[in-house]
Design a protein around this ligand. Structure first.
Ligand code: ADP
Ligand code: MG
Length: 716
């Protein structure tokens, strides 16, 4: 973004000089921002104001053009209507960046929106990058230089969290909360109306920022999903910095009437889920989670792998002075899918230091009369166990336990171990000293264990993301020309829906397995078709006017005799006419019956903003009821395909319940990849449903028994 050729430095985070346009001594935003900057910033500051010759004793100028030296950053606090002329001066002065605090733009109606367009084009003309307008400002904090170009009353201490927010209010609240908990920031960016610099640009600036270890984001929308994914992935995977994001607007119902299940099932928020999953961004739903999970990442290491056994999955241990809470924590770990560490090699050592009626397994119950010393012995032992990657120390008040001593013990034992340590200390009456000790010692602490375990889960999830092999979409050898012919034919006939025969042609061109199929137009033709397809057989109506065949009584499965086939032909065609009197009936499809398959849905869609997307989930006629589906942006590789499968709620059904053989997951992944290639290759396909894909047991493959293709409507 800020290439060295057109800009000496990053004007927003490390300016050598700042002009404050609208600086003032009068109480208000102009005064607060100017004072904030002056108080911590070590570079040169130029107050710009038409009405005064000095501001707090510093020489003031009427315009940035009157300043002889170079200026890197301008902070604009003037009334909205004069921002365009100010921006013109900023451009002429060749200032690299402008933070426009002023409000009264897009958020204030049509007039403001026009003004916003104007400043956007001025910025473009001169190459001035803009943050805002209508924002709280920007902070860039380090030990020696604290730039607080916001109108917050307070400046937090410097730290390793970067906060990026689309809402100024959330910035303000988060910064204040952090101050009371001794948490510091490297950067705080309030993006405001995002007229120029958006989340992608800010992330790019933070990507290589050595001061930033964790990025905390509050978002309302994302301008460019594909670019976001690219940058965020680089930050999380390559630079190993976690991004924790709260995206507002989850409930917004984006799903609309659509021909396909894929279209009907997808709300706009699912695209964000996909985007975050594929970028390694940890999505949270509450401000509390945003704050606690980000700060845990900033304080504690990510749970480490086993020191000697490659690929061994290390786990959590719970150390408690009470049985009940220990069991609750264990339940919580199981709910969040966290593995409990195997500590059998430490059992003997633990048993020696706890009473007989305690428990030396995981969870460790060191019993109600424990003091800090007993905690210390047990904590040291479990921390040295190579199978342990994180520890939750939790306690309940007791006469023998001094909470401050315990807090010191937790801090001391965890130092230098490289393992994740968190604490849940119940009992408000124990006072605040223990919490201060933990905070100062970098231990995330909670009152109840639920939040503690949820925080750990986010950390393990991030570890898994880092450990996941790279996802490389592979290209299968396919017959794209054949698909093109099918699509073009539909176009020529003015159809946006591809019929069964065309659908199956597309599938075979892209290497999907399908059962034997023949379309027949009379009872006799049906009997003929049976000779090729064989019994048992399935019969379905083929009509451009009937989309959901079962709804129209247009599907018969498990037919075994010629009589049944003849009867079915009659029933199906009669039903179709009853369902829709003027329906064009092309015939009846006779299809090989796929026995003992599990019904899966695969879908694909072209989104106007996010591009090609694919969907996977539990299929069949109940798909709309269970809505157990996930989305991804295409193209995807095998890894992402596997992750998709693992992330649905009903994954257990596919892994085999009660002695069933597991389903052929490999075949599902391959089908997903082929579909991902297809939808990427043909942007004119608006929606594509395979419902169901019949998945057989491991090694036996998967077959498409129903396909639905919709093309984008073109004008004219
Ligand atoms: P539609 O979705 O238009 O109602 P489908 O072709 O998906 O029609 O058929 C409905 C249901 O019939 C499927 O969900 C599946 O349970 C069953 N079915 C359809 N074709 C087959 C087949 N070839 N083998 C086994 N079951 C089938
Ligand atoms: Mg179907």
């Amino acid at each position: 973004m800020f290439s060295t050729s057109n800009s000496r430095i990053n004007p927003f985070f490390s300016p050598k000089s700042i002009a404050v346009i609208g600086a003032s001594e009068k109480p208000g935003v102009g005064e607060t921002i100017f004072s904030n900057i002056k108080n911590g910033y070590t570079g040169k500051v130029y107050p710009i104001t038409p009405s005064h010759t000095t501001v707090f004793g510093i020489k003031a100028y009427k315009s940035v053009l009157d300043v002889a030296d170079d200026i890197d950053l301008a902070v604009v606090i003037t009334p909205n209507r004069i921002v365009p002329s100010v921006m013109n001066d900023i451009g002429k002065k060749k200032i690299g960046g402008a933070i426009i605090i002023s409000a009264g733009f897009k958020e204030a109606g049509e007039q403001g929106a026009k003004l916003e367009k104007e400043i956007q084009s001025i910025g473009k003309r001169y190459g001035t990058r803009i943050i805002g307008p209508n924002c709280l400002g920007v902070m860039s904090l380090s030990e020696s230089n604290k730039i607080n170009a916001t109108f917050l009353k307070v400046t937090p201490q410097h730290g390793n969290i970067a906060l990026v927010s689309q809402s100024g209010a959330i910035c303000a609240a988060t910064v204040e909360d952090a101050i009371t908990q001794g948490i510091g920031f490297s950067k705080v960016v309030s993006m405001g109306n995002k007229v120029d610099m958006d989340e992608d640009d800010i992330l790019e600036l933070l990507s290589d920022d050595p001061k930033t270890k964790v990025i905390m984001m509050y978002l309302e929308d994302i301008h460019d999903g594909r670019r976001f994914m690219e940058i965020a992935k680089k930050i999380t995977r390559k630079n190993k910095k976690p991004i924790v994001a709260l995206k507002a607007g989850r409930s917004a119902a984006g799903a609309k009437a659509a021909m396909s299940h894929t279209g009907a099932l997808m709300g706009s928020d699912d695209t964000y889920d996909a985007l975050f999953a594929q970028s390694g961004v940890i999505r949270v739903d509450t401000l509390q989670d945003l704050f606690t999970i980000s700060t845990a990442f900033s304080k504690q290491p990510i749970p480490p792998p086993h020191p000697t056994i490659k690929g061994y999955s290390t786990g959590v241990i719970i150390v408690s002075n009470a049985g009940g809470p220990a069991i609750i924590s264990t339940d919580m770990c199981s709910k969040y899918g966290l593995k409990m560490a195997d500590i059998s090699s430490s059992r003997e050592a633990i048993a020696k230091v706890i009473p007989q009626y305690g428990s030396a397994g995981n969870p460790v119950d060191i019993v109600g009369d424990a003091d800090a010393t007993r905690f210390e012995k047990v904590l040291s032992e479990v921390l040295s166990n190579p199978n342990v990657s994180s520890v939750v120390t939790m306690c309940t008040p007791s006469a023998t336990l001094n909470y401050s001593d315990l807090a010191r013990t937790i801090v001391k034992t965890s130092k230098g171990t490289g393992k994740t340590m968190i604490a849940a200390l119940m009992g408000l009456a124990e006072g605040s000293e223990n919490k201060e000790i933990l905070s100062d010692g970098g231990i995330p602490h909670f009152m109840y264990v639920e939040l503690a375990v949820r925080t750990l889960e986010a950390m393990y999830r991030f570890r898994d993301w880092l450990g996941m092999p790279a996802d490389i979409p592979e290209r299968f050898d396919v017959d794209a020309k054949k698909v093109k012919v099918v699509l073009d034919n539909a176009r020529k006939e003015g159809r946006t829906r591809i019929l069964e025969d065309g659908g199956y042609e597309i599938l075979s061109a892209y290497g999907f397995h399908r059962p034997k199929n023949i379309i027949a137009t009379s009872e006799d033709e049906c009997i003929n078709a049976v000779k090729t397809v064989g019994y048992p057989i399935v019969m379905k109506i083929v009509s451009p006017d009937i989309i959901h065949k079962s709804d129209a009584g247009g599907v018969k499965v498990g037919l075994r005799t010629d009589e049944e086939v003849r009867a079915a032909f009659k029933t199906i065609t009669d039903n179709a006419r009853k369902y829709k009197a003027d329906a064009t009936i092309k015939g009846v499809l006779l299809q090989e019956m796929i026995k003992s398959g599990k019904e899966i849905i695969l879908g694909a869609k072209h989104d106007l903003i996010f591009g090609p997307l694919i969907m996977f989930g539990l299929g069949g006629i109940y798909v709309q009821v269970f809505k157990d589906v996930v989305f991804r942006m295409a193209p995807i590789g095998r890894q992402e395909g596997l992750r998709m499968i693992e992330s649905i709620k009903s994954i257990k059904l596919l892994k085999g319940v009660r002695g069933e053989k597991p389903s052929d997951l490999k075949a599902i992944v391959e089908n997903l990849q082929r579909l991902s290639q297809l939808i990427t290759d043909f942007p004119e396909i608006e929606e594509f449903d395979i419902n169901p894909l019949m998945v057989l047991e491991e090694g036996k493959g998967a077959f498409t028994v129903d396909v639905r293709v919709g093309l984008r409507k073109t004008n004219g």
